[in-house]
Ligand binder design. Structure first.
Ligand SMILES: [Zn+2]
Ligand SMILES: [Zn+2]
Length: 150
């Protein structure tokens, strides 16, 4: 659905944007940017912390939140609300690699999907809106196949 190339491009772009904003390279910041760039979808702060620990990169939850805030502030991260106050984050991508989400309300599983017809419909709709639309995020909620087999 999306090439890892797009995402690795994101990691580089993110590292440069943070450096340009005066943030130091290296340490927790680089580890988090690298990790997020490799994902095919969104991760929670706890998952980011857990993944990094699995790679022997111990980064505190506070540092994870701090870097997420920096990336969000720079417009590089998209926030996905998965319900029950739970939030996940993924690289903000427009164009190729851009996708939307299906959230299971029972187990919280997040599945990415993309649809050209949907994108075209949103573009047409955006043209009629009394605002310049720069982003959109679609979340479909329901029960996943594991929770409610058809
Ligand atoms: Zn996603
Ligand atoms: Zn489920």
């Amino acid at each position: 659905m999306e090439s890892s190339h797009e995402r690795s491009g994101w990691s580089e772009r993110a590292a440069q944007a943070l450096a340009a904003a005066g943030y130091r390279r290296g340490g927790a910041r680089s580890a988090i940017v690298e990790l997020l760039g490799e994902q095919s979808c969104a991760l929670s702060a706890a998952e980011i912390e857990h993944e990094l620990r699995g790679r022997s990169r111990k980064v505190s939850r506070a540092s994870v939140y701090r870097v997420i805030e920096e990336l969000e502030g720079a417009g590089l991260l998209a926030r996905v609300e998965v319900g029950q106050g739970s939030v996940r984050f993924e690289p903000a991508l427009e164009g190729p690699g851009h996708h939307h989400h299906l959230v299971c309300e029972r187990c919280g599983r997040l599945q990415p999907f993309s649809d050209e017809g949907l994108e075209r419909a949103i573009r047409r709709l955006s043209e009629r809106m009394p605002a310049r639309i720069s982003e959109h995020e679609i979340v479909l909620r329901g029960a996943c196949e594991a929770c409610a087999p058809r």
